[in-house]
Design a protein around this ligand. Structure first.
Ligand SMILES: [Zn+2]
Length: 452
């Protein structure tokens, strides 16, 4: 039998239906799929010609799915930190100066950081999505990609964005193994009702999902309340928008009735632990899960997070929800892992193909180095994965059978060159934006205390 790659002697967290954890096991990859799992001796005999990766002292996880981010915003790292209404006062004014090239460079840096932090698939939502797709496919990151559509308030609005959002889906459907095109209306207060209805229809017709922000800010909640006399989730339910193919980022400013609507419709609330903590308003993620909601976990952008490190994000989910609920059984390690593997795969329409380690599944894998002081002694593997590890423990990342990170280093890009490029592009964007927007220049000085 043929295999290209053999990971030998590893601990494998399968996330299969029994949630088996295998020790001293080897895993073979043929082409883009997992071909076989078995004992090291038998596997070495069976696949004697395969390239070998030593898995001794390492833990193999299914590739992690980051369910809400904006990779291209790497050029805006940390700029909304501790700014009230930062979305409106900083992010959008900066984005009025954005070019397609900024998005390409930002997405290269974002995708690179994501891969190094254990993300093998990113659900992305941004302007100039064609540039983002160019970057993610170049680096070998799987993407559920949607072109941002806004009709009001945002930096880039208008009918042409609606058309491009729909065209993007039609252009990319079935075109590239790493791209799953989706529709991405921005939010309940920034996209008019007609467009939301149209996009709901196109999503059903094309068989693609919908990814948007919902009840992210008190401003959004206030606007929807004034316009439609209800909450953001109630409004989406009222117009028939919700469903199991909808990923709804944030869901912070919602009431108990709206929590039930998310559960009943099968809509996936997206919890961004670090971003929510930094902005002082966490989603009631554990309560949502207890009610039966299919909550997923994400980093959001590095503008509000400030890192794209999914492995490192996971312990914040556990810690924040235990603190919020006063219940130390809240958000256990297994539930957190499920949210970024099997549950996420199901939500993006890749159930049975991604999210678990079993023969026939696509070979998206993350290998963690577990030989460090900070993971010893290893009495409780899942707790150690969540609470001891960060992206810096990621040794190897495989996407669609291709090794994209080896020994903690990217194989598909020169990291030093990327650092220089994102610094240069980011600073040039900020200079253009500060030159155009008076308020922004004032905020920049008060936040960072200096000129660029
Ligand atoms: Zn977002």
């Amino acid at each position: 039998m043929h295999a290209n790659l053999l990971i030998e002697n590893a601990t494998i967290v399968t996330m299969n239906p029994r949630r088996d954890i295998l020790t001293n096991a080897s895993l073979a990859i043929a082409g883009e799929r997992i071909a076989d799992i078995g004992s090291p001796t038998a596997m070495r005999e069976r696949y004697s010609n395969a390239e070998r990766i030593d898995g001794q002292g390492k833990v193999v996880l299914p590739g992690l799915v980051n369910c809400h981010t904006h990779l291209a915003m790497s050029v805006q790292k940390g700029i909304t930190m501790a700014v009230p209404d930062g979305l409106y006062r900083v992010m959008w004014p900066v984005e009025r100066s954005l070019t397609p090239e900024d998005c390409y460079v930002g997405a290269l840096a974002g995708a690179a950081e994501a891969l190094k932090g254990g993300t093998t698939c990113a659900v992305d939502h941004y302007f100039y999505m064609e540039e983002v797709a160019k970057a993610t496919t170049q680096l070998g990151l799987r993407g559920v990609l949607g072109h941002t559509i806004m009709s009001r308030l945002g930096p880039i609005v208008g009918e042409q964005e609606l058309e491009e959002g729909i065209d993007f889906v039609r252009r990319w459907k079935g075109r590239h193994p790493l791209v799953i095109p989706w529709l991405a209306p921005h939010a309940t207060d920034t996209v008019k009702k007609d467009w939301l209805l149209k996009l709901r229809q196109v999503a059903s017709d094309e068989g693609v999902g919908l990814h948007l922000h919902v009840a992210q800010s008190s401003k959004e909640r206030k606007y929807v309340g004034e316009q439609f006399g209800m909450g953001c989730v109630e409004y989406l339910n009222d117009i028939g928008f919700l469903g199991a193919d909808v990923l709804a980022a944030h869901c912070i400013f919602i009431d108990d009735h709206e929590m039930d609507l998310l559960v009943e419709s099968g809509t996936h609330p997206l919890y961004c632990p670090m971003g929510h903590a930094l902005h002082g308003r966490p989603q009631r993620a554990w309560e949502l899960m207890q009610r039966g909601a299919k909550v997923l976990i994400a980093t959001d952008c590095v503008c509000s997070n400030n890192v794209m490190d999914l492995v490192g994000e996971l312990h914040i989910a556990g810690a924040s929800q235990k603190q919020l609920t006063g219940d130390l059984r809240a958000m256990p390690a297994l539930k957190i892992l499920e949210a970024v593997t099997v549950d996420a795969a199901e939500a993006i329409g890749m159930g049975g193909k991604l999210g678990s380690i079993a023969p026939g599944f696509l070979a998206d894998l993350v290998v963690l180095d577990f030989e460090g002081l900070h993971t010893a002694p290893n009495y409780s593997l899942l707790d150690n994965i969540i609470y001891c590890c960060t992206g810096r423990d990621v040794d190897t990342v495989i996407v669609n059978g291709q090794v994209v990170v080896r020994g903690g280093k990217l194989t598909t890009a020169d990291e030093a060159e990327l650092v220089a490029r994102v610094e240069k592009t980011g600073r040039a964007l900020m200079r253009r934006a500060l030159g155009k927007e008076d308020d922004l220049a004032w905020l920049w000085r008060s936040s960072f205390g200096k000129e660029l």
